[in-house]
Design a protein around this ligand. Structure first.
Ligand code: PEP
Ligand code: MG
Length: 481
């Protein structure tokens, strides 16, 4: 890991592992773990966990500040060891087609599993707006959250009705046949909807909206195109950064973005710069534990603070821009200052490529995601430096209503009419249109049929939704007055 880190971030990055290295060769740490495994016959994971916790507490209560701060190194070493042990275990298990029950699931965990083996996902923690749930939806896997997990579900028959959010353990024959009937009906409906895939999403009175897809990787693109996506309105590129020990390099990213742009054959592709952080943590960034990660060090905050991470992505996008209709967009913007900083970084990336003689797309379009109230209420200022807006209603909702999007108890809480949110959306779209630019919605609410009329009336230019929602939404728009 140290070598890999040194490869992308130089000597300094390699040295972030030095504390781990010391601990791993320290008998007071490793020796104690090994002793415990031998003497008490516990699993390796349990040994690592117990010894690390005890040592962590010891260090936390030390008087000297320097020693107290070392407790973070112990936590880090613990997490790394547990991750390595976990990764190894995963390699040995091949469960075959199954429903996954988990207390909590992070997008990185999901990415490690084979989608063809996952019939459904059920978790106790998280909500339909957690990124693991969004990712599952993008991959077409039913996901239900907020369920009290049954004890000993392993090996028993279960059924999941994703749309309704129901889970049955050992359903009887009657239930099973009624669920199978629903499943067949839904497959038939999808089949029928396919007839609409190339028809424009236009309401009866002639208002038209472009329908794009949200994707998490190249593998989602085929599905999106087969369901009539007119482009990709949100490529969540941070998924490329999860579940690995170092970030993907410029070349790797260039190949992926180029392949996506080419597969789209001239249809728009909007790459969002990595929105790492919150429920999308990566171990190699050495992030500190945060009290409120959703309001913490994430997205462009990391990118601006550590340009050595963001610049390779920008360079890859600029180079891939030659192979299709590609734009860049920035998440988690809260001020003009951040946007100017990002534009500056892009200019630097362009200058570097120019000097190195590497071909790239000049004048690439740069959009801003409106997902904080600060961005929405300054939309009129931001649009001066942005080519377009895309409204991320998942985060905009959580920050407007101070309601954690991961917390299923808060779903739809507070204000069912969403008046505050709709005002921010209206203000954002008007600011864009006044400046002669476009505004899209790419959060999950884009697919919410109860808002379709509102979006049409407002003149939203584009809605970007998970591939599975493209056809029902196209039908919905065509049925609107
Ligand atoms: C959003 O916040 O609405 C959004 C589209 O981004 P993400 O869900 O990845 O945070
Ligand atoms: Mg967001």
């Amino acid at each position: 890991m140290a070598e890999e880190a040194a490869g992308w971030g130089g000597r300094e990055a390699g040295e972030i592992f030095s504390a781990c290295r010391l601990l791993f060769s320290d008998p007071a740490y490793m020796g104690r773990i090994q002793d415990m495994i031998r003497r008490e016959q516990v699993s390796a994971e349990y040994g690592v966990f117990s010894v690390s916790e005890a040592l962590f507490q010891e260090f936390c209560s030390m008087e000297e500040e320097y020693l107290r701060a070392r407790s973070a190194d112990i936590r880090d070493a613990e997490l790394r060891l547990l991750r390595l042990l976990g990764d190894e275990a995963e390699g040995e298990v091949s469960p075959g087609p199954c429903i996954l029950f988990a207390e909590e699931l992070l997008p990185g965990d999901l990415l490690k599993l084979s989608p063809k083996d996952l019939l459904a996902v059920v978790t106790r923690q998280g909500s339909s707006l957690s990124h693991a749930a969004i990712l599952a939806r993008t991959m077409g896997i039913p996901a239900v959250t907020g369920i009290d997990l049954p004890q000993e579900a392993e090996g028993r028959l279960a059924a999941v009705e994703g749309d309704a959010g129901f889970v049955w353990l050992e359903p009887d024959q009657e239930k099973l046949s009624s669920l199978r009937k629903k499943q067949a009906e839904s497959a038939r409906e999808t089949e029928e909807l396919l007839a609409l895939k190339d028809l424009p999403a236009v309401s009866k009175s002639g208002r038209r909206i472009r329908l794009y897809a949200n994707i998490g990787g190249l593998s989602d693109l085929k599905e999106a195109l087969s369901r009539g996506a007119e482009g990709v309105g949100l490529f969540r590129t941070e998924f490329l950064y999860l579940g690995r020990t170092a970030p993907p390099g410029e070349e790797e990213q260039f190949q992926i973005y180029r392949a996506a742009a080419e597969a789209l054959r001239g249809k728009p592709l909007i790459l969002r710069t990595f929105d790492i952080g919150a429920d999308k943590q990566v171990s190699y960034l050495q992030q500190e534990r945060e009290e409120n990660p959703a309001m913490g060090y994430r997205g462009i905050r990391i990118g601006l603070d550590r340009p050595e991470l963001l610049k390779p992505q920008l360079r890859a996008a600029l180079r891939a821009g030659l192979y299709g209709n590609l734009s860049i967009m920035y998440p988690m913007i809260t001020s003009i200052r951040e946007l100017s900083g990002l534009r500056r970084l892009l200019r630097e990336a362009e200058e570097e490529l120019l000097q190195e003689g590497l071909p790239f797309r000049k004048g690439i379009r740069q959009g801003v995601m409106i997902e904080t109230p600060a961005a929405a209420v300054t939309a009129d200022l931001l649009i001066r430096e942005a080519d377009f807006f895309s409204i991320g209603t998942n985060d905009l909702t959580q920050y407007t209503y101070a309601a954690d999007r991961q917390n299923h108890r808060l779903a739809g809480c507070g204000d069912p009419s969403r008046e505050a949110l709709l005002r921010l959306i209206r203000y954002t779209v008007k600011a864009a249109h006044k400046a002669g630019k476009e505004a899209a919605v790419c959060g999950e609410l884009a697919a919410d049929r109860s808002l379709t009329g509102f979006f049409l009336e407002l003149g939203i230019d584009e809605l970007s939704v998970s591939p599975g929602m493209l056809l029902p939404l196209r039908k919905g728009i065509r049925e609107e007055a």
